[in-house]
Ligand binder design. Structure first.
Ligand SMILES: [Zn+2]
Length: 165
């Protein structure tokens, strides 16, 4: 996906990963709907900062911007997705001209809703998943393979030699 972004073929990633996997691969435009385990988030103003930068000499740790309580940035089960992340997801969904759904069961809302919204606008969906999902019937193209098998093959088709790295 980082290669596709570098080629100008991929504009944005909406991810449920919390582990900097995409960042380490070189992806730059990412919305993390379940947060990031290496960050903290202010419960009042939503500011995010690196976990290491939190001062623990006074507890609970407070936001340097507004004095609100800081929590781990990851979204716990039952906790709502942060408003700024959700807003960006809807914005990207409204902008896209192709929606690639890679390796997700597509059953957890609201994440599963984004490709459906794009599809209603006439945007083609490409599903990459070894298993059938609730989105399979909506997809213009279904690739029954893992992300690790199919994405390098797509990159290879676009730039021969590059997908084999
Ligand atoms: Zn704050």
């Amino acid at each position: 996906m980082a290669d596709l972004e570098a080629m100008g073929r991929l504009a944005h990633i909406i991810t449920q990963n919390i582990d900097n996997l995409h960042q380490r691969a070189g992806s730059r435009h990412i919305t993390e709907i379940h947060g990031n385990r290496y960050l903290v988030r202010c419960m009042s103003c939503g500011a995010r900062d690196r976990l290491e930068s939190v001062r623990l000499d006074r507890l609970p740790p407070l936001c340097p911007e507004c004095g609100g309580f800081l929590k781990n940035d990851t979204v716990m089960f039952g906790e709502p997705i942060p408003e700024d992340a959700l807003r960006e997801c809807y914005r990207q969904t409204a902008l896209c001209d192709l929606f690639l759904v890679v390796g997700t069961s597509a059953v957890v809302y609201p994440a599963a809703e984004f490709p459906v919204i794009a599809c209603r606008r006439g945007v083609p969906l490409i599903e990459i998943n070894p298993e059938e999902t609730p989105l399979s019937g909506l997809a213009s193209v279904v690739i029954r393979a893992t992300a690790g098998q199919s994405l390098p093959a797509i990159v290879e088709r676009l730039v021969p030699g590059r997908g084999r790295r």
